[in-house]
Design a protein around this ligand. Structure first.
Ligand code: SIN
Length: 310
């Protein structure tokens, strides 16, 4: 049977498949479900300085090929997630806090506070499109530069960044120019495709309430965009920065495509919400089977080796 083991920030992981920050990972009860599942890590909901209720409901809708959400970072505040790190250690898998402070100062406080926790590595998330009244921080690369300087100057943990999707080669290059200045240990890409609009034609209205119905698109709709982002950052980093692919991973073949594009691991978001915690084991099994069929023994046999048509 093929091995789908991987390594991120020097930490060996039994498989390359685990949960994405966001879906069903706010409370300790939800995180324990992930702990008991075959998810190879426990990623926690992006946290802010203070607890947040999030945006008004309805703020999430399943769609034919994915989901739309404008959750607005509902979370219990960073102090709770520090407690949760300790409570989740018993599951023996990497624990990944996700930090999404609303200001540079908030981020500094939160990063410093996690220094004394047993978190394995941290995903910094300036990519949410859903904070009412705030632009997506990850599109302002000068601001990202400042945030990373502050966070990495304070954190004693390996830190990676979760990016919003980029669509133009010039924007990938601008982003990479900033990221490469910093000691980023991994890149998670992509956050939801921001400010999509889904309409219910019967009701002649939007399907979610916040921001006039505009929200982040997830699931199968966004896989091609996510694959492009994985591939571009793999190329720009010359394969040296581990990339965690996220966006529309529903099957083992989806995961295979991400690894082929250059990813080191994949995160599962919408599929976890729609199919429950058994989804991790199924995707892992399907990935192993697909590799067996192709004669691949490890992820390194095909990672990044995407062929292009000459
Ligand atoms: C949300 O809570 O709005 C989703 C988080 C994110 O987009 O990063």
């Amino acid at each position: 049977m093929a091995s789908i083991a991987t390594e991120i920030c020097g930490i060996s992981m039994e498989t390359c498949v685990f949960n994405a920050a966001g879906p069903a990972d706010v409370t300790l009860e939800e995180l324990e479900v992930i702990g008991k599942s075959k998810s190879s890590a426990i990623t926690m909901k992006s946290c802010t300085l203070e607890a947040r209720e999030g945006n008004p409901e309805p703020r999430y809708r399943d769609l034919a090929f994915g989901s739309i959400n404008s959750m607005g970072l509902p979370n219990l505040g960073y102090r709770k997630y520090i407690e949760f790190v300790a409570a989740l250690k018993k599951f023996g898998k990497p624990i990944i806090p996700s930090i999404s402070g609303l200001t540079r100062q908030d981020n500094e406080i939160i990063f410093e506070a996690f220094n004394d926790s047993e978190a394995d590595f941290i995903e910094f998330n300036p990519g949410s499109p859903n904070t009412i009244g705030k632009p997506t921080a990850g599109y302002d690369m000068q601001y990202v530069d400042e945030l990373l300087t502050a966070a990495l100057g304070i954190s004693n943990k390996p830190v990676g960044i979760k990016l919003p999707p980029y669509f133009d080669f010039v924007h990938f290059e601008q982003a990479w120019k900033v990221l490469k200045k910093h000691d980023i240990k991994f890149i998670s890409t992509i956050n939801s495709v921001g400010n999509a609009l889904v309409i219910d034609p019967e009701k002649e209205q939007t399907v979610i309430k916040p921001k006039g119905g505009f929200g982040g698109l997830g699931g199968q709709y966004i896989k091609p965009t996510a694959l492009a982002n994985v591939r571009k950052f793999y190329e720009l980093s010359e394969g040296k920065t581990p990339i965690i692919g996220v966006g529309g991973v529903f099957t083992g073949v989806d995961a295979f495509e991400y690894i082929l594009a250059g990813a080191t691991a994949v995160q599962v978001g919408t599929a976890f919400l729609q199919h429950g915690p058994g989804v991790f084991e199924r995707i892992q099994k399907e990935l192993r089977e697909y590799m067996d069929k192709k004669g691949y023994e490890t992820l390194e046999d095909f990672r990044g080796k995407l062929k292009v048509i000459e």
